[in-house]
Ligand binder design. Structure first.
Ligand SMILES: [Zn+2]
Length: 141
């Protein structure tokens, strides 16, 4: 995969995602955090929501896009999600995770020019959201 090197702004975004999940981590309920930078320079953060009984999950990436959108932001620049390690995890700090398929679709719709930070071969890289979903769903064939 072709990736773009991370800038210091990207590293700050990763740290913002790590900070919110470190603060709000709850086993079985909140273990993923996300941060979103807008073209206007604002940074939004959110954690995912999970219903243990219903097995329903709303991803942190969807939460943070919804939060920024609800605050009037329309031009998303960069997004990242991190997972807080569980007690038996080899990792000790929240680590970057790639977006799921549903989030890739949402990213493409709400931020077609948005970049996504994700892990690749033990390094972090940035790529375009559209590169993560090369054959997106379209209503008209
Ligand atoms: Zn997702």
């Amino acid at each position: 995969m072709q990736g773009i090197p991370l800038t210091s702004h990207d590293e700050q975004l990763v740290q913002a995602a790590q900070a919110i999940i470190a603060r709000l981590y709850r086993p079985d309920q909140h273990h993923v955090g996300a941060a979103l930078a807008t073209q206007s320079g604002r940074i939004f953060t959110a954690v995912h929501l999970e219903s243990y009984l219903g097995r329903t999950t709303v991803c942190a990436e969807a939460m943070v896009m919804g939060k920024a959108f609800s605050e009037g932001e329309r031009d998303f620049a960069t997004i990242v999600a991190v997972r807080h390690p569980d007690a038996d995890d080899a990792q000790t700090h929240p680590y970057v995770v790639p977006p799921c398929g549903m989030c890739r679709e949402l990213m493409l719709e709400y931020g077609p020019n948005m970049a996504v930070i994700l892990p690749h071969k033990k390094e972090l890289l940035k790529c375009q959201a559209r590169d993560l979903l090369p054959f997106p769903y379209r209503q008209e064939g």
